[in-house]
Design a protein around this ligand. Structure first.
Ligand code: SAM
Length: 325
């Protein structure tokens, strides 16, 4: 087991009614103390697409109708195969006031937007349950990125760091940048488990690191802010390298802060050349950022376009610096 709980899992695959056409880069099997889970069947590199899946059940809570009645009506419209697959999913609330339908739904559902823009306020959220993706267990240091594509109504799961074959795939059910006590309370209330990931077991240092990453979001928003007066100050460079270390130490490559840190370091290494404590250099950071952008749904051409725009901005910064000196 490594520092993020990326566990190597052995054991037999569980046969579910998965899409037979889907390339089997993953398998579903029993995971100690977590029920079933999803495991990488091959070595995966950052940015690799692992699962593309349409929901078994896509549901939109609306109006003042009673949730459970609305859910029952939507469920009744499913074909028998989907009904059966849905009823086989995990239920974290088997002995509560909820009927099984609601219990299974609450255990396995993800909020998704009808529009590709997560902050769009014109589209009310849908809730989606999946045959395979709903088998992915939670980690506060997940090794995958989950992306809903409204244009195709499919959920995409990609690797956000290297995942060796046999490692359990994980996603986050709650924002990993929240304090551990908030994450833990919500995971226990809704999913009925106590998270035993390293960040939850030793929360003091982890909470501090995550708060620092969360607070850096604004400071990292704009590369142009330092590029205008390139090069960046030594303090800003040291701070950005420290943030990268925190992301990697905490296993938060799935988060937006990672993309922002990589973009700054890529641009800094372009302006300053290699060295200065930067482990990767321009090509290295460019490769890492590219993988992160692809995993977050960017198309190849779009990635090339934004890379080119950054190079042009950096060239202008260098030529300004040369003119000024
Ligand atoms: C969406 S389901 C995940 C798949 C589930 N393990 C199964 O057997 O189908 C959510 C449930 O999985 C279990 N689970 C998920 N992540 C876990 C974790 N990190 N530790 C322990 N149990 C976990 C909990 O029982 C939770 O209610």
């Amino acid at each position: 087991m490594d520092k993020h709980n990326d566990e190597e899992i052995r054991g037999d695959t569980v046969e579910l009614d998965s899409d037979p056409q889907a390339p089997k880069v993953y398998r579903i099997q029993a995971i100690p103390s977590k029920g079933l889970g999803v495991v990488a069947a091959i070595d995966l590199a950052p940015g690799d697409l692992i699962i593309v899946e349409s929901p078994l059940f896509l549901f939109r809570p609306e109006g003042a109708m009673i949730y459970k009645d609305l859910l029952q009506r939507a469920f009744d419209k499913l074909d028998d195969g989907k009904k059966e697959a849905f009823m086989k999913l995990d239920n974290a609330h088997p002995e509560t006031e909820y009927p099984p339908l609601v219990g299974i739904f609450n255990t396995n559902a993800y909020d998704v937007q009808k529009s590709d823009h997560a902050d769009s306020d014109v589209d009310s959220p849908y809730i989606a349950v999946f045959n395979d993706i709903s088998r992915i267990n939670h980690s506060c240091s997940p090794n995958t990125i989950r992306l809903w594509r409204a244009s195709s109504s499919t959920m995409h799961i990609s690797a956000c760091r290297a995942i060796p074959a046999g490692t359990e795939l994980t996603t986050h059910y709650r924002d990993p940048l929240l304090p551990s006590s908030d994450r833990g309370a919500s995971l226990l209330a809704i999913y009925k488990f106590v998270c035993a990931c390293p960040a939850c077991l030793n929360p003091t240092a982890s909470d501090k690191a995550r708060l620092r990453l969360q607070q850096s979001r604004g400071r990292l928003a704009d590369v142009a802010a330092w590029a205008r007066a390139a090069p960046p100050s030594p303090e800003f460079l040291a701070d950005t390298l420290e943030l990268l270390g925190l992301v990697q130490e905490e296993g938060l490559e799935s988060q937006h802060v990672y993309g922002r840190v990589l973009r700054h370091l890529m641009c800094m290494s372009y302006v300053m050349g290699e060295g200065d404590g930067m482990a990767e250099g321009y090509e290295g950071y460019r490769r890492m950022l590219r993988a992160w952008r692809l995993a977050n749904g960017a198309e190849e051409e779009e990635v090339e376009r934004v890379e080119q725009a950054d190079v042009e901005m950096m060239r202008a910064a260098i030529s300004r610096r040369n003119t000024d000196s």
